[in-house]
Design a protein around this ligand. Structure first.
Ligand SMILES: [Ca+2]
Ligand SMILES: [Ca+2]
Length: 190
């Protein structure tokens, strides 16, 4: 790679990192959305929601609207946590008991509740992944982590706007830019 195309490539990588912001997640190829699992022991849904909003750049608590998305996001969570674990998702029925709504306003149609859930036990208004025999959904109370010690964090998502290629694709990007620079030089020589 020439000095010039190396500079172009480094500039592109720097721009990509700047556009991405501090938070870097994993992209699901099926919708181009970016996801990340944030570890935060004992965090409430309300605090997770506020922390996600503070990230800006389109991040929201993850919304699961298909079986494919459910499987993908669950695959990002610990495969076999040592104890029962909850990770918050972006849905609540706090406004109207029994009427669940995603924070993004997407239709709440696909669900993956464990048997017997949502049970609103002791007034539970927030959606969490709950590890039992694998990852399924439970309605939990905002203070559940503090009360029972199994709140491990939350999952965030954003649509493709800020996404940059995964690290593994950067060499391909560099190769592409290098070839583009080579082609441009060939053009000028003619
Ligand atoms: Ca989603
Ligand atoms: Ca419940």
């Amino acid at each position: 790679m020439s000095q010039r195309s190396l500079k172009v490539w480094m500039g592109a990588v720097a721009l990509g990192l700047a556009a991405q912001g501090a938070q870097a997640g994993v992209i699901w190829a099926s919708n181009g959305h970016e996801y990340d699992v944030i570890t935060a022991e004992g965090i409430t849904w309300t605090a997770a929601q506020a922390a996600t909003a503070a990230l800006g750049s389109g991040w929201h608590l993850a919304t699961i609207t298909s079986g494919g998305e459910d499987s993908f996001v669950a695959s990002l969570l610990p495969a076999s946590p040592a104890s029962r674990s909850h990770y918050w998702l972006g849905a609540s029925d706090a406004a109207v008991e029994g009427t669940w709504a995603w924070v993004t306003g997407e239709a709440f149609s696909y669900t993956h509740w464990w048997g017997g859930e949502p049970n609103n036990s002791g007034n539970e208004d927030y959606l969490a992944y709950d590890f039992r025999s694998g990852w399924g959904w439970n309605d939990a109370a905002d203070t559940v982590g503090r009360d029972y010690g199994f709140l491990r964090g939350y999952v965030i998502e954003r649509s493709g706007s800020g996404a940059v290629p995964l690290p593994g694709t950067l060499p391909l990007l560099a190769l592409g830019l290098g070839l583009a620079g080579f082609a441009a030089r060939r053009q000028r020589q003619r």
